[in-house]
Design a protein. Structure first.
Length: 131
């Protein structure tokens, strides 16, 4: 298993959370795999950004990255809404999470260490309580 960290602008955090919580009982889902979504300043990242931590097998990351690139819902899908804008030839639809990207290796290692240290401290605390 490997750990990866993705970042998203704060304004898109709600969209990311909605995607992560979607279809929790599907064969493959973020809910089944497990993830952590952390505010940037809390894990040594940039203020105003959120960081998504996932530890998984490579096949899961292929699935997840395809989900991240899915296009946003187009307006005009409900009665009374304007028709969807026409894409120009060669123009790709805008992804739902335009700012989401995998962080650079150095920052990824720093944030991974912070999240895993937080998890280990929590486990040690529970061990002291129930040990």
């Amino acid at each position: 298993m490997e750990a990866r960290i993705y970042e998203v602008e704060g304004k898109e955090q709600g969209k990311l959370k909605t995607l992560l919580e979607k279809e929790p009982y599907a064969g493959v889902s973020f809910a089944k795999q497990g993830y952590k979504l952390k505010e940037g300043r809390g894990v040594g990242g940039e203020a105003g950004k959120y960081y998504l931590y996932i530890r998984a097998e490579p096949d899961f990351f292929k699935w997840a990255e395809a989900k991240f690139k899915e296009p946003a819902a187009q307006p005009g899908t409900q009665p009374g809404q304007a028709p969807p804008p026409q894409l120009q030839p060669g123009q790709a639809p805008q992804p739902l999470l335009a700012s989401l990207k995998r962080v650079e290796k150095g920052l990824e290692a720093k944030i991974t260490a912070a999240i895993e240290a937080e998890d280990n401290a929590a486990e040690m605390g529970m061990g002291a309580i129930f040990g």
